[in-house]
Write a protein that binds this ligand. Structure first.
Ligand code: PLP
Ligand code: COI
Length: 354
């Protein structure tokens, strides 16, 4: 750990905490009292501040509004059973944030600064961490370019900010998903592996089209042949086929998910066979027809473990077995939750105490 970050803290005089209804939290609508802000200028990070959450004023020429140099992370803080506060694997997010930064020509943010700034903000707003079942404080660190300049080139100035939001489950029910065979989320040589804002912008139209057909989410496939499975909306995708855990390998076009890594680690720890490789649409549908596809689920920070109820392909619906039979995903979710809420020993060292 580097030396402690010098953060100027200005506390709000008008907390919204007592007027917030924690019994009814949907995802990402309520924000805690404070936010973290830092500036990148003249080649270094400076002005580390925690200030009351609120609007910011920007130049209409600000480069991110035109050329989209913006990227983010998502992680969660939990209130542990003994009252302590922990964040789940924040250095993994720090590492991925810098992969996104490098691909988008933005400056590196030292990992310790990333983690310390988030920890300081979570500490200031610790009363905003909800403690209901499946509730947590979702943390959204993000960086964007700020040069007021219309030439297409990497900006020289940036802001790093963190906001937090008390949340419950992202998906309310098991998902009916569609295999997307026309649109693509990412292509080889592109930046699908980065948590770039543009990846999400591009995903909105196909998701809307799928929603018109009654689907909750799309399964992204490779951009060349649409024959191989990549991700599920904003989560990675895992299948249980013939008792084996099978998931698309991460690559240029797939985000290297931290939940995915945690779930695969648990499966290996439990002695289950795990395959990370190219996974074809055909083999998943064939396994469904043969009855060997027993579970399919999305894995992500917001999504947690999101079971899939059915997969639509070419006008046909492939139904997954009843969810009460989804032994692996139920065990994985229970184990991750117990670990995150401090109800079981942190065997893998995944909890970072604030
Ligand atoms: N894939 C995409 C496109 C995502 O947006 C996310 C969410 O962060 C994930 C996968 C899952 O990643 P993680 O488990 O690190 O949250
Ligand atoms: C996350 O799980 O942190 C995500 O980024 C998903 C989000 C886009 C809703």
């Amino acid at each position: 750990m580097t030396e402690t970050l010098d953060i100027k803290i200005e506390r709000t005089k008008a907390s919204r905490l007592s007027s917030t209804d924690f019994s009814d939290l949907s995802f990402g609508k309520v924000f805690s009292d404070h936010m973290f802000v830092a500036d990148y200028e003249d080649g270094s990070w400076k002005n580390f501040q925690i200030v009351p959450y609120g609007d910011i004023s920007v130049s209409p020429a600000m480069s991110v509004l035109h050329y989209g140099q913006a990227f983010f992370e998502g992680l969660k803080a939990y209130k542990l059973d003994d009252g302590k506060i922990s964040m789940f694997r924040p250095y993994k997010n720090a590492e991925r944030f810098n992969k996104s930064a490098a691909r988008l020509c933005a400056p590196e943010l030292p990992e310790d600064i990333f983690v310390q700034s988030i920890a300081a903000l979570v500490d200031v707003d610790k009363d905003w961490i909800p403690s209901g079942e499946n509730q947590s404080l979702y943390i959204r660190p993000f960086m964007f370019s700020t040069d007021p300049y219309l030439g297409v080139q990497p900006s020289k100035t940036y802001k790093f900010m963190v906001i937090t939001s008390p949340v419950g489950a992202y998906f309310a029910k098991p998902l009916n998903v569609k295999v997307e065979t026309h649109y693509s989320r990412a292509s080889e040589g592109g930046f699908g592996f980065a948590k770039a804002a543009g990846n999400y912008a591009g995903s909105l139209y196909p998701a809307l089209e799928a929603a018109k057909e009654g689907f909750d989410q799309v399964i992204w496939t490779d951009s060349k042949e649409h024959a191989y499975i990549e991700e599920l909306g904003a989560a990675n995708l895992v299948f249980v086929i013939d008792g084996k855990l099978i998931t698309p390998s991460t690559r240029d076009t797939v985000l290297n998910g931290i939940t995915r890594d945690s779930v695969l680690t648990l499966a290996r720890h439990w002695g289950m066979e795990v395959e990370e490789r190219r996974v074809s649409v055909a083999e998943v549908l064939e396994a469904s027809e043969a009855g060997t596809l027993t579970e399919a689920f999305g894995v992500g920070t917001a999504a947690t473990i999101a079971p899939i109820a059915s997969i639509g392909f070419d006008g046909k619906k492939y139904q997954l077995p009843d969810l009460d039979k989804a032994e692996f995903s139920k065990r994985a979710l229970k184990t991750l939750n117990e670990l995150r809420y401090g109800l079981s020993p942190d065997e893998f060292g995944w909890n970072y105490l604030v």
